[in-house]
Design a protein around this ligand. Structure first.
Ligand SMILES: Nc1ncnc2c1ncn2[C@@H]1O[C@H](COP(=O)(O)OP(=O)(O)OP(=O)(O)O)[C@@H](O)[C@H]1O
Ligand SMILES: [Mg+2]
Length: 248
């Protein structure tokens, strides 16, 4: 059974179509990476899937209980400390001490220091803000997680660490998730399946399952799989075009 099922999703902003007939299904326990060129509608699709934007066409079936979203920008409440921002996601009726322990555990998992928890967003670096937003999602009781390019503000070592957290938290079987990224190595490292959105949001171009389970893939396998996708697989051609455009 699917945790999330989107059928025939269409959307337009100011009369301009950004998504058309997009159908996507994510199974229970499955982590799906969504890739596609900048501006093709990935964030819009995620916002529709999470119920934040009402689509013009199509319908959505959600079989999970609760979701959490890590947005492309951190979206922290500026008047609340990191601790309060993370704590906002905890809806369970637990004692003050349990609640604090839960916040600290999520913060540690997101590589924040305990002393950072009493800082306000303005006192945090860009990467720390993004890690606070990730900790907020980890602290929630969500069984479906949406991630919109969550690690772009992080250095490579931290990025890897956060990918491992996503693999353990979502890829372990109990939860499901949709993860948008521009980084093919990231997609191959963390996802069960990679879905490619058309460059103009005209449906899903195709998808590829990634061999082995997330967490079982070593660096060599990840490198070779990315090379294969980018050099030999026509599905990823326009993703490569995008990279060339960026490099130039
Ligand atoms: N609120 C809005 N009002 C008008 N146009 C919008 C709005 N949000 C997004 N768009 C437009 O919809 C298109 C898709 O935007 P979206 O943010 O979904 O792209 P994306 O694939 O997530 O891009 P990126 O990889 O750069 O994050 C873009 O052309 C964008 O300008
Ligand atoms: Mg986006």
């Amino acid at each position: 059974m699917s945790a999330l099922h989107l059928t025939g999703i269409g959307h337009a902003f100011l009369g301009r179509t950004v998504l058309d007939r997009v159908t996507l299904s994510i199974g229970e326990g499955e982590l799906v990476a969504l890739v596609g060129p900048s501006g093709c509608g990935k964030s819009t699709l995620l916002h529709i899937a999470a119920g934040l934007v009402e689509p013009r066409q199509g319908h959505i079936i959600r079989s999970y209980t609760r979701h959490a979203v890590v947005f492309q920008e951190p979206r922290l409440l500026p008047w609340a400390t990191a601790r309060k921002n993370i704590g906002m996601a905890i809806t369970a009726n637990c004692s003050g001490r349990d609640r604090q322990a839960h916040i600290v555990a999520a913060a540690m998992a997101a590589a924040l220091e305990e002393e950072d928890l009493d800082k306000y967003p303005v006192q945090l670096s860009g990467g720390m803000k993004q890690r606070t937003a990730i900790a907020r999602a980890l602290a929630s009781e969500a069984d479906f997680l949406f991630f919109d390019e969550p690690f772009t503000a992080l250095d490579p070592a931290l990025r890897r660490h956060m990918q491992d957290i996503v693999i353990r938290h979502v890829g372990g079987g109990k939860r499901a998730g949709l993860f948008i990224t521009h980084d093919m190595a990231e997609a191959v490292r963390i996802a069960h399946r990679i879905v490619v959105l058309d460059r103009r949001g005209n449906g899903v171009l195709g998808e590829r399952s990634v061999p082995l389970a997330p967490g079982e893939r070593d660096d060599r396998m990840i490198f070779e799989t990315v090379q294969h996708f980018m050099k030999k697989d026509p599905l990823f051609r326009h993703v490569e075009e995008l990279d060339e455009r960026r490099a130039g």
